[in-house]
Design a binder for this molecule. Structure first.
Ligand SMILES: [Zn+2]
Length: 876
């Protein structure tokens, strides 16, 4: 401490110019790569860098004192973390270290000081000075200063008029030292860096010009400081700590005192500085075509929900007091009929002009083949792979530079943390929504309280619950979770069939029928009660929501009414829950059983009731009120089953009378086309809620599943097979198609946890959320969604900021109403970028949101060769 004080005193005597000159000579360092630089920067962050201005004064002393063996060894030890990924993994731990701040001044000087540029390869004691050409030194120094100052409330750093409040901790001297170097550096700009600085100016960031030339020939990286208003600067300096005692971490103190909206951080701009080659332009053009194809197909509401309903009341939306009340709504004259597997709608019976015709099957399959051809092309794959890697590295770099600031911003958001940000389970099957212990308790309690309830008709006789268990030679006392045997284990890996059998408690299909079906002898009363219990658990947790997927099979048209009446009669409503309808792709089974004659029968059973109720709600009043809570349509089944890729000229559904199951994309097209028509022509024009297409896809099987859903679907569940196709992965990134991923479920079925692409997708900026899929088979705790987050956080070392970002994504992906979304994640949530973020609600720092937005915009501009038109609002 004494040495520390002495150095401080010495430094206070030294004038600004001296500091500038000494600093200039001191910072001749090896700097060959941007990443190398960032690594060293990150080291500092990890060790609680304070970036205090006093450090600048102590530059000389620090260098002398710590360019020694001990220091170099320490740095080497720190390096053991490994490569970039290693740094990312550890980033969440990189919080300002209180012991270092409070403890030895030596530590602080090392960490906050000047030595972060030391090349590890230099043996201890060897001077690193005078190793590099002059130009390099200049640039390096400049960036260094930028970096050092970036945590400071400096105002516009390069402005000669920038006012720095003089305080014992921040002499004006160092500011002018900075400026002098800054000025000298301006002449040192290469063409490329000039290009970039003009780009920055054009982007309204004239305040920051720090140009850092990096080595890769085609890249320019700019680390840029976010200007801080002078007011906040003064505010934060007025609270500097005891001059002689323990110093608080100034960055922490600074950020904690600021509104989260005014966080300072380092912007990262990495843009190619050369025009793409003609080959690349060609690739970008085909990517554009794919994106435009998706826009052509996808159903989007004409009027966005936020335009329809402007929310002025900031209080919590009132729960719907009577969600199942039916008020008669007018029947319209629309006339509809099935033609070649797709419902066509006309204004009235006599009209011959079809309203909003959807693309026909031949067009769809032609387009699908086009996409398949594109994603298989070598040059497209290479470029996309390259872009994806670049995206990943940009995010790693961002974390190295800003992870601490992100965390501090989270600290400064009052009240909010991971536990009380809203998270939606975007993909969970209703019949597996309770955990195994819950199901066990429920079965036991029913056996105790209602043993004489007649529950099933089997083999010609009606059986009571007690008789069922007697026939299985079981008593309530015998039952335990192991006996229940619904949990996925090693035996289910790559065995979707076995996984499905796990839905049978104790291996007995009759128990499944009694407890997990809604169309049984007791009209699904047990499942209704169980569901209500799950709803109340969910309600109690307050911050967790779920989108339950419930089946319609397409065996008969009455299924819809049966399901709707089950929902209404059991009063299954929760503010935390919406429904998706899942269609199991089981045509071949029904065909074999003789339930359907052709694929057309299935489509009739699935879609005709929907058109009927939409044209005339009186025809199925319960279905009408139920559909208000249905937000999506899903397709489910084992994707790994072999199938033949559809050709351009497939038999129509009516002609599909063979015993084979149609291919995935065949299902996709007919579901898409009917749903599109239903939404576009009827539900939207009648002011009803619309139903989005959100199927399971890319869990296993061929890559063309993902191509088909890219064209037609809002978002998908799983998508792990995107790891096999860089082109599709890149397209999913550009279009920000939501992926509701369930790594624990994949671990039970198709892909080991450690091989799951979730962390990679997340780094690259794909729109991912975490979901549980099947809590009954997979999760062990009462809060399966938190369990899912928790395991991901532990295994992949996700930070609190990462988790909150994923939770925020899940709200965007979900089908909850505009009113709820704006209550949960902020009233301007529909705006892109930081404007749409409310850290007080989401606990996601603006730094993160702005980074994601900036990088995505740059990527879009790259693909559209600078001509991308990006709307200010998120997609509807
Ligand atoms: Zn699923």
């Amino acid at each position: 401490m004494e040495a520390y004080a002495l150095h401080m005193a010495m430094a206070a005597l030294v004038g600004a110019s001296f500091v500038a000159v000494s600093a200039y000579y001191m910072h001749r360092k090896t700097l060959n790569q941007l990443l190398e630089f960032a690594k060293s920067v990150e080291k500092d962050r990890e060790n609680g860098v304070t970036d205090d201005e006093e450090d600048e004064k102590n530059v000389l002393e620090d260098e002398k004192r710590f360019n020694n063996k001990k220091y170099v060894e320490k740095r080497k030890n720190r390096r053991k973390g490994g490569g970039l990924i290693g740094y990312y993994r550890r980033v969440s731990n990189s919080l300002p270290d209180v012991t270092k701040i409070n403890g030895g001044g030596d530590e602080k000087l090392v960490n906050g000081g000047r030595l972060d540029m030391i090349d590890d390869r230099i043996p201890p004691g060897l001077s690193r000075l005078r190793k590099l050409p002059e130009a390099h030194e200049f640039k390096m120094f400049k960036v260094r200063l930028k970096y050092e100052l970036s945590g400071q409330p400096l105002g516009k750093v390069n402005s000669t008029k920038s006012v720095r409040p003089a305080s014992p901790k921040s002499p004006v001297a160092s500011a002018s030292a900075f400026e002098s170097v800054e000025g000298s550096d301006d002449e040192d700009l290469t063409d490329n860096s000039k290009l970039n600085s003009s780009y920055l100016l054009a982007n309204g960031d004239a305040g920051a010009e720090s140009i850092f030339q990096t080595v890769p020939n085609h890249m320019n990286a700019v680390v840029e400081q976010n200007p801080i208003p002078a007011a906040s600067m003064i505010r934060s300096h007025s609270v500097s700590g005891d001059l002689h005692g323990v110093q608080p971490d100034p960055i922490a103190a600074d950020i904690l005192r600021k509104e989260p909206e005014h966080e300072s951080f380092m912007r990262l701009k990495i843009t190619p500085n050369e025009v793409p080659s003609p080959d690349e332009v060609e690739v970008y053009q085909v990517l554009q075509q794919c994106l435009e194809m998706r826009e052509r197909y996808l159903f989007r509401e004409e009027v966005a929900p936020w335009e329809k309903e402007v929310i002025t009341d900031p209080s919590t939306p009132k729960p719907n007091p009577n969600p199942f009340s039916y008020s008669p709504e007018g029947k319209t004259d629309h006339h509809f009929q099935m033609e070649d597997g797709v419902v066509h709608v006309y204004a009235n019976k006599d009209s011959t002009e079809e309203l909003f015709p959807v693309a026909d099957a031949t067009t769809f399959f032609t387009d699908l083949h086009r996409v398949l051809k594109i994603i298989a092309a070598g040059n497209v794959r290479t470029l996309c792979h390259h872009r994806l890697n670049l995206l990943e590295q940009k995010f790693n770099l961002h974390l190295m530079l800003n992870a601490d600031r992100e965390f501090l911003a989270q600290k400064s958001a009052p009240h909010r943390d991971f536990y009380n940000v809203r998270k939606v389970d975007t993909h969970v099957h209703h019949s597996a929504c309770m955990n195994q212990k819950h199901l066990l308790r429920f079965i036991k309690s029913k056996l105790r309280k209602e043993p004489d309830e007649v529950v099933i008709f089997r083999d010609g006789t009606y059986l009571t619950l007690r008789e069922v268990f007697e026939s299985l030679d079981l008593t309530g006392y015998d039952l335990n979770v192991d006996l229940l045997d619904v949990h996925a284990d090693k035996s289910t890996f790559h065995r979707f069939d076995k996984f499905n059998l796990k839905y049978n408690p104790c291996g007995q299909s009759r128990l499944r029928e009694i407890f997990l079906k809604q169309d049984n002898l007791i009209q699904g009363r047990f499942l209704g009660e169980l569901t209500k219990q799950v709803f109340s658990d969910l309600g109690a947790s307050k911050y967790q929501m779920a989108e339950y997927r419930i089946s319609i099979y397409g065996r008969k048209q009455s299924e819809w009414d049966q399901l709707a009446s089950w929902i209404v009669n059991n009063d299954l409503y929760s503010e935390n829950v919406v429904w998706l309808i899942q269609l199991p792709r089981l045509y071949n089974i029904y065909k074999e059983m003789g339930i359907v004659k052709s694929f057309q029968n299935m489509l009739d059973n699935i879609f005709l009731p929907l058109f009927e109720v939409t044209v005339d709600p009186d025809s199925h009043p319960q279905l009408h009120v139920f559909l208000k809570q249905v937000v999506g349509l899903d397709l489910v089944d084992d994707e790994s089953k072999p199938e033949r890729r559809p050709t351009k000229h497939m038999p129509t559904p009516e002609e599909w009378t063979n015993v084979f199951n149609p291919a995935f994309s065949y299902y996709i097209y007919y579901c898409y086309a009917n749903l599109y028509t239903l939404n576009k022509v009827l539900r939207e024009s009648k002011g009803m809620t619309t139903i989005k297409f959100r199927p399971h896809c890319g869990e296993a099987g061929d890559i063309d599943h993902l191509a088909a859903t890219f064209i037609t679907c809002h978002n998908i569940a799983h998508g792990i097979n995107l790891r096999k196709s860089p082109v599709l992965q890149y397209l999913y990134y550009l279009a920000q198609v939501g992926l509701a991923m369930s790594p624990l479920s994949n671990n039970s079925l198709f892909l080991d946890y450690h091989r799951n692409p979730f962390p990679t997708f997340f780094l690259r900026g794909l729109n991912v959320s975490l979901s549980t899929d099947d809590p009954l088979q997979i999760h062990l705790t009462k809060e399966p969604l938190v369990e899912e987050y928790s395991i991901a956080a532990s295994v992949w070392k996700l930070s609190a900021c990462d988790l909150c970002e994923i939770a925020r994504n899940s709200v965007y992906q979900s089908g909850f109403s505009h009113a709820l979304k704006s209550h949960w994640i902020g009233k301007s949530y529909y705006l892109r970028g930081p404007d749409g973020n409310d850290i007080h609600k989401t606990n996601v720092p603006h730094i993160r949101v702005e980074f994601r937005d900036t990088i995505w915009r740059e990527e879009m501009q790259q693909v559209y060769i600078g001509r991308a038109k990006i709307p200010e609002e998120v997609e509807k």
